[in-house]
Ligand binder design. Structure first.
Ligand code: ATP
Ligand code: FE
Length: 420
């Protein structure tokens, strides 16, 4: 499977086999292009994708030692994301599909972030010679469905029960910023280097800081649900910077930056841990209640169980209560070591195994798209090879179906705990 990703500011491609071997990967980032704008500039991002896409796909194929005619199918992110950017990847995928008569698998970007955790487990299992019980480098097995997933990235902050491919129950989401976005903004406020992004820079600064020096409040203490909010915390950091941060050139400034970074990270992580702790209870309740509506009833990951192009093809639940065994943390922020450590404790206390993909598969990449494509392809969720390009009279270029706004799930947990 060739996977192509261009939803935001990384142009990426990879070739992955159905038994979890990554044959070739390539990525072109755009951090330097967007640094002066304080966020991703859509038109510049689209131009940069257009300039990079052919080379990135060619590099992934050549590193795999393959031509496009050796592929079985091509997967591409069709949403959510910036439409100008998605368009570049989808056109390239369609061109490859036409040239080599390959089926096309439309992929949801956040599903790709989620499912790559299963590839990580599989790859580790293979590396252990198959007798390690699916053991990953950090002792993590491939998570079977259902599992609980905390998705923390630049644009999303979701807590979901993953019941199968395309079958998600949302327990909570952010009321304002996603945590990755908050990391980027706080890093900017603290004057940290944003290349490739603020998250890693802030984590590095926090490592040298004292989280107890400045008191920031844990968000949403009065709301006993699984939603998130980072806007208030961000304001708390801004006020702290305004009142406490020594001016440029002051010898105490660097330590104060580190202390504020550590405090922000500690409080944001406490917020995550609190929500995840509650979410584990909600997830167990929902699985025990057999609330697997939309899972397609009896299903099996190797069967083609749905004709829906958007999913609804649960592959883990058979109607009986399925035990929750894994907590997956995915998305760019999941590469944060401190957050991993704290969530590992939450998982352990609840009797769950923590699974986090390797850092390079947490931020945007082609491998996750190829793998999500494989999971969907197995279930028959793909489009047949495209025929030769035929434009209608007056049409200058083909119409491409993108889904820039595409919720991961329509189904939301009703919540079981009143506000306190
Ligand atoms: P989305 O996936 O929601 O569409 P995106 O694709 O832009 O958004 P990702 O590529 O998944 O987001 O992740 C990038 C985000 O992850 C950035 O906001 C970045 O700051 C954050 N991030 C990356 N590494 C770390 C880290 N070590 N600590 C905290 N945040 C990090
Ligand atoms: Fe992403």
């Amino acid at each position: 499977m060739l996977g192509i990703e261009s939803s935001c500011d990384d142009t990426a491609a990879a070739v992955v086999t159905s038994d979890g071997r990554v044959l070739g990967e390539a990525i072109a980032g755009q951090a330097a292009i967007h640094a002066p704008y304080g966020g991703v500039h859509p038109a510049l991002a689209s131009q940069a994708h257009a300039a990079a896409i052919d080379r990135v796909v060619a590099d992934a194929l050549s590193r795999a030692g393959l031509s496009q005619h050796d592929l079985s199918a091509v997967a591409v992110t069709v949403g959510p994301g910036l439409s100008l950017c998605l368009d570049v990847g989808v056109r390239k995928a369609r061109a490859v599909s036409r040239a080599a008569a390959l089926p096309l698998v439309p992929v949801h970007h956040m599903e790709a972030h989620t499912l790559v955790a299963r590839l990580a487990g599989l790859a580790a299992h293979a590396a252990s010679g198959g007798d390690g019980g699916g053991v990953l480098r950090d002792g993590e097995p491939a998570p079977a469905f259902p599992f609980l997933c905390l998705l923390v990235s630049g644009g999303h902050n979701l807590l979901v029960v993953v019941r199968g491919v395309g079958d998600y129950l949302q327990l909570g989401s952010t009321l304002d910023d996603a945590l990755g976005e908050a990391y980027d903004k706080v890093a900017r406020m603290l004057g940290l280097e944003l290349n490739p992004h603020g998250g890693a820079a802030l984590e590095a600064a926090a490592r040298l800081g004292d989280a107890s020096r400045y008191a920031l409040s844990v968000p949403m203490q009065k709301h006993a649900n699984c939603d998130f909010s980072f806007a208030g915390l961000k304001t708390g950091v801004r006020l702290c910077i305004e009142s406490e941060l020594p001016p440029e050139g002051d010898p105490g400034r660097q330590q104060a930056v580190a202390d504020i970074a550590a405090s922000f990270q500690s409080v944001a992580t406490q917020h995550l841990c609190q929500r995840v702790r509650r979410g584990i209870g909600w997830a167990r309740d929902s699985l025990q209640g057999g609330s697997s509506a939309g899972s397609g009833g009896s299903s099996n990951s190797s069967s083609s169980s749905s004709s829906s192009s958007d999913g609804g093809s649960g592959s883990g639940l058979d109607g009986s209560a399925a035990a929750l065994r894994h907590l997956v943390v995915a998305g760019g922020v999941a590469s944060n070591q401190y957050i991993r450590q704290q969530l590992a404790q939450v998982a352990e206390a609840a009797g769950l195994q923590l699974v986090v993909p390797p850092a390079r598969w947490c931020t945007d990449n082609g491998v996750m798209v190829a793998w999500a494509g494989i999971e969907r392809y197995r279930l028959g969720l793909y489009q047949p090879p495209l025929g030769p390009l035929q434009l209608a009279a007056g049409e200058e270029q083909e119409w491409v179906d993108l889904r820039p706004r595409w919720p991961l799930t329509a189904e939301k947990h009703g919540g079981s705990t009143p506000q306190v």
